[in-house]
Design a protein around this ligand. Structure first.
Ligand SMILES: Cc1cc2nc3c(=O)[nH]c(=O)nc-3n(C[C@H](O)[C@H](O)[C@H](O)COP(=O)(O)O)c2cc1C
Length: 174
């Protein structure tokens, strides 16, 4: 069976920390960690199931094809991938206390980009238990992935990750 690709960036910090937690929870033999910074679109073709990891650091060049950070660069490659039959899920790092109006927005931006390639993102989460005002990562009242807040609720990360992976496994075979 093909491994689950955990494609994430940036490398250091909370996104990287959670990528390693997810890999450990899935089992090292089942998951492969990949930095989006080092990757082209072909990386998508290596996996049937992909977990993207991203943080929200303000909107930079998301609407352009200009490469600025890890994810801006990777976006320009998304069109090179063959997306048919892929299962995709997203986790997003944010800070609900300091950015309550834009909590984990980047998950929503990524989901919008993926829609252009007809990618159906799975693993949506209820917003219960989070304190925020607004988020671009909401669709029909649900987050389009797993929101995590290492700045204010680090102690909740492992439990949230475990519950999410259980759901992804049972519903989508991750
Ligand atoms: C300049 C800056 C802007 C940020 N903007 C947002 C934001 O709009 N929404 C949000 O939820 N978190 C925001 N955050 C919080 C980060 O997403 C959070 O600290 C995250 O854990 C960073 O993960 P990373 O270090 O792996 O990139 C921001 C942080 C910084 C430093």
């Amino acid at each position: 069976m093909k491994k689950i690709g955990i494609l994430y960036g940036p490398e250091k910090g909370s996104v990287g920390k959670v990528a390693n937690i997810i890999a450990k929870e899935l089992g090292e033999d089942k998951a492969e960690l990949v930095l989006v910074k080092d990757s082209g679109g072909q990386i998508i073709d290596r996996f049937d199931r992909i977990i993207f990891g991203i943080s929200t650091l303000g909107r930079t060049n998301w609407d352009s094809e200009h490469e600025d950070d890890d994810w801006d660069g990777f976006f320009t490659h998304l069109k090179e991938a063959h997306w048919e039959g892929k299962q995709v899920a997203i986790y997003g790092l944010g800070d609900q206390i300091n950015y309550p109006d834009h909590f984990v927005d980047a998950m929503g931006w990524l989901n919008e980009k993926l829609k252009k390639f007809n990618v159906k993102v799975v693993g949506f989460c209820e917003d219960e238990g989070y304190q925020y005002n607004d988020s671009e990562a909401l669709e029909n009242g649900k987050f389009v992935g797993l929101p995590l807040d290492e700045d204010n609720e680090a102690e909740k990360t492992l439990g949230r990750v475990q519950a999410w992976l259980k759901m992804l496994h049972e519903a989508y075979g991750f």
